[in-house]
Design a protein around this ligand. Structure first.
Ligand SMILES: Cc1ncc(COP(=O)(O)O)c(C=O)c1O
Length: 297
């Protein structure tokens, strides 16, 4: 469970897939002069395995390839090879329910802003990770309003799951935690409602689901899945611009993400929500889907 495991992430037993080989966990290291460490030339993924099956594995592998391409580097592994690396790592660590973290980065062949001569590297780690927001999250998260805004698509590569984009997410998350909140709701550069620091946002009003159009944040795989599940239930889904003032009129709010799954929100800044039926139904449908208990939309 998040926060309860006192072991650091570099000092564990197990295996990590690194550039084509499974290596002992503690040996999966990079040099200090790695381009990615200095210039954020790295991209990553995050997905979960349920009962030994990694949910939407190929979509995550493809997004890793696409994210690297957006940053201008090509991974020397195909989508199938990345899928296999994830499965092999899961198996090597003897886990069936786990979080899976592929990461790709530019190496240490060149220093400076230019990275033309760097080689692409990739690793996959897996570990046991319970509810992202902890067990108490079922009563509904409390979100602060982030002091940072999601950047414009012409300011940063917003459709890539690029490590550099998480700088403002971590700063916003720390700001929120420092004020006693679980996470932060981020607005975008225009002041429109965007997402949380690591999950997409949904709202419910009069039985209809509303979610911001992903123009300057990740169009999450869970987001797309939950929209499909809602439609299967006959719930209308509206993707649109949402302004903060509208939050006053919404009855329910929840977050979606591969790590966060479907997590209810009871408070975002000055606005309050109930943990209502549509949230609970979609939470259950998602839980059933990822465990293979119902068909995808
Ligand atoms: C900033 C951000 N937004 C949204 C998401 C949700 O994306 P997905 O559902 O594909 O995991 C994530 C999680 O990866 C994220 O980090």
């Amino acid at each position: 469970m998040a926060g309860l495991d006192e072991r650091t992430y570099d000092d564990r037993d197990g295996w990590i897939w690194l550039d084509g080989k499974l290596v002992p966990w503690r040996d999966a290291n990079v040099h200090i002069l790695t381009h990615a460490l200095h210039y954020a030339s790295s991209v990553f993924e995050g997905q979960r395995a349920y009962g030994g099956e990694i949910f939407e594995l190929s979509r995550h592998s493809q997004r890793l390839i696409d994210s690297a391409r957006i940053l201008g580097f090509e991974l020397p592994w195909s989508r199938d090879q990345i899928d296999q690396a994830c499965r092999d790592t899961l198996k090597a660590n003897d886990l069936v329910d786990a979080y899976v973290r592929p990461v790709a980065w530019r190496g240490s062949e060149q220093m400076g802003v230019s990275a033309q001569k760097t080689k692409a590297h990739m690793a996959v780690a897996v570990w046991d990770w319970g509810a992202y927001f902890g067990a108490d999250a079922q009563a509904g998260l409390r979100l602060d309003i982030a002091p940072w805004r999601r950047p414009a698509p012409y300011t940063a590569p917003v459709q890539a799951k690029a490590s550099g984009l998480y700088m403002i997410a971590t700063m916003s998350k720390h700001h929120a935690e420092g004020r006693g909140y679980n996470d932060a709701l981020m607005f975008d550069y225009r002041g429109q409602v965007a997402e949380a620091t690591g999950a997409n946002a949904f709202f419910v009003k009069d039985g209809v689901l509303h979610t911001p159009t992903p123009e300057c944040f990740l169009n999450g795989i869970t987001r797309q899945t939950v929209m499909g599940l809602a439609r299967q239930r006959g719930i209308e889904v509206v993707e649109r611009t949402i302004w903060p003032e509208e939050l006053e009129g919404f009855e329910q709010m929840f977050l979606t993400g591969s790590a966060a799954e479907v997590t209810p929100v009871r408070e975002a800044g000055p606005w309050n929500f109930e943990v209502g039926e549509i949230t609970r139904v979609l939470q259950k449908d998602y839980a059933d889907l990822v465990r293979g208990l119902r068909g995808n939309a």
